[in-house]
Design a protein around this ligand. Structure first.
Ligand SMILES: [Mn+2]
Length: 316
């Protein structure tokens, strides 16, 4: 008896959502390209985010990408039509102990993905990886950033060192092609120093804590995000509540729950064109029963779904 090969998600070689693996980027032909940045040399406290990319890939085996598995009852919408291609490009090469070499390789990966016409979806890595990613987006026109995070990440430097996990948004504020930012989920005593908050506000950043967002509502939150034709989204998993995302270096109570983040991402995808995204700081060693890696994968899959649905609607 011949049995049709089912290729179920728990079988086979892991890629994000079991999407096709494309490691020769000269052959990249996709709408969305996932890539990993197994880097945690920017970590100040608990390390381990270098295992984030493969942790998220493992967690993503819960996700499916075919239209018949992508009907959403809440939205009464079927996502991931057959015309859309999502692929996994594997990981950026890392040279241990050499931050500059790692950053150069990250920039190269992002530039190549963009030059092939795909939207880069980066799997971190600690939050320092967002610095070279944003540097690599210097020639695609102005865009605004939306950051979901417990921490402001606006530290100028620590003893002169400017590329730590606490500095990506400060570095972003120095990039002339970035048209402002919204920093959502920022909370907790010690999230950042009062002078960093002052600098971020002077830059024009829209800063909202989880409590503030719950009080004004998602629609008003979306309205306050700086207007731009294009958005880059950076998601630090510690923006989520520590109870649903324990697998990270600096878990933070009082965070977002999944439905809130889903609504925010859906709203941004309706507000403008999303040119790229990263999800950082997943450290599988601290995870329990894969809840953090599965949540991370689900958030990324949702964002992909919203981006592709917008393209379907606008024909872009
Ligand atoms: Mn962060």
């Amino acid at each position: 008896m011949t049995v049709k090969k089912l290729n179920l998600p728990f079988t086979g070689i892991r890629s994000f959502g079991r999407t096709p693996i494309v490691t020769n980027l000269d052959e990249l032909d996709a709408d969305i390209a996932v890539y990993g940045m197994p880097f945690d040399l920017g970590t100040q406290y608990r390390a381990g985010a270098r295992f984030g990319p493969n942790g998220i890939r493992e967690g993503s085996c819960l996700c499916q990408f075919s239209p018949h598995t992508s009907y959403d009852h809440d939205d009464d919408t079927t996502y991931f039509g057959p015309q859309w291609k999502v692929v996994d490009c594997g990981d950026v090469d890392m040279l241990h102990g050499d931050v500059d070499a790692c950053f150069t390789n990250i920039r190269q990966m992002v530039r190549k993905i963009v030059s092939r016409g795909a939207i880069p979806f980066g799997l971190g890595g600690d939050h320092a990886v967002t610095i070279p990613v944003l540097q690599a987006l210097d020639n695609i026109g102005p865009f605004a950033i939306v950051q979901l995070d417990a921490h402001l990440d606006f530290v100028n430097d620590v003893a002169g060192q400017k590329n730590g996990q606490g500095s990506p948004m400060r570095r972003a504020s120095e990039m002339g092609y970035i048209q402002g930012m919204a920093q959502l989920g920022i909370r907790g005593t010690g999230s950042s120093s009062v002078s960093d908050f002052a600098d971020a506000k002077a830059y024009g950043s829209v800063i909202l804590s989880v409590e503030q967002i719950r009080s004004i509502g998602i629609a008003e939150t979306l309205r306050r995000i700086p207007a731009s034709a294009n958005y880059y989204i950076t998601i630090d998993i510690d923006g989520m509540d520590a109870s649903v995302a324990p697998g990270t270096g600096t878990p933070s109570p009082g965070g977002f729950y999944y439905p809130e983040v889903r609504k925010i991402l859906k709203g941004i995808a309706e507000k403008g064109n999303i040119i790229g995204c990263d999800l950082v700081e997943v450290a599988p060693a601290y995870d329990h029963s894969e809840i953090t890696t599965q949540l991370a994968a689900m958030i990324l899959r949702d964002l992909m779904a919203f981006i592709l649905k917008r393209k379907e609607r606008t024909g872009a």
